[in-house]
Design a protein around this ligand. Structure first.
Ligand SMILES: [Fe+2]
Length: 250
């Protein structure tokens, strides 16, 4: 599986606090079946990570994991906040894009204000040829109120990442109900861990993929669609297969 959203870089944001914690997180992800993990440190007011800092962190983890024999490929990325976006130049955005593919960036969905605030950010990104992958909209109250609202962002070319802990209920009932509705509506393109440490919301992609309730769709959301996103390809949504009635009814 591919994990598009993680705070694995040590001492950069509120993610792992040491190399030991980063190794522990990586080992638990490998155990869970993850082969590639994008390092997406916060780039926002409280954690204004620079491209240089992120790239240095990725280089350090790659070197360390090679020495330690941890079979997890770490890729470049960031979780961009909407308020910070205006201060980044096109080169910064390129370096912060997922896998540095120059096509997709991870955009943090606000936790308290309206999802509508994402609209100008998504439009600004598309002006420089980038598409947003909106991180965990299922945790936003205005999306929880009416999940179908997310279609307004999809219409602008955005993709949607939900957090593994929302799908399988670890992040509470509202997030679970909303994540399930988004999957049901076919508005989700990837499930990612958003792991901040070895013991907080660790990995859990396999459990979340199983909790989707459709194994082909679970595979799509944790393997095929994230691979296409990293490759900079267009990504279609898929809906959950309808449960078949027994005895030949359909
Ligand atoms: Fe995050």
């Amino acid at each position: 599986m591919i994990d598009l959203h993680s705070h694995v870089l040590p001492d950069v944001d509120d993610g792992t606090r040491s190399l030991e914690e980063a190794r522990a997180l990586a080992r638990s992800a490998v155990e869970d079946g993850v082969t590639r993990m994008v390092a997406t440190p916060h780039v926002r007011g409280d954690w204004p990570t620079t491209p240089e800092r992120m790239e240095r962190g990725v280089a350090e983890l790659r070197a360390d994991f090679a020495l330690e024999g941890i079979p997890l490929e770490i890729l470049h990325g960031a979780e961009l906040s909407i308020e910070r976006l205006g201060e980044l130049n096109p080169d910064d955005l390129l370096r912060f894009s997922l896998g540095q593919n120059g096509r997709y960036v991870l955009l943090e969905c606000p936790y308290f204000s309206s999802y509508v605030e994402l609209v100008p950010a998504i439009k600004a990104l598309s002006k420089v040829g980038l598409a947003a992958v909106v991180a965990h909209p299922e945790r936003n109250p205005t999306i929880q109120e009416r999940p179908a609202r997310i279609s307004a962002l999809l219409a602008l070319g955005a993709l949607v990442q939900v957090t593994a802990g929302s799908i399988d209920g670890r992040l509470g009932r509202s997030a679970e109900r909303t994540a399930s509705a988004l999957v049901e509506l076919g508005y989700v393109h990837a499930i990612a861990s958003d792991a901040h440490g070895p013991h907080i919301r660790e990995g859990g992609l396999a459990a979340a993929a199983a909790a989707v309730g459709d194994s082909a769709l679970g595979t799509y959301l944790t393997e095929e669609a994230p691979a296409a996103i990293l490759a900079g390809e267009s990504v279609a949504t898929r809906v959950r297969a309808r449960r078949r009635w027994p005895f030949g009814f359909s």
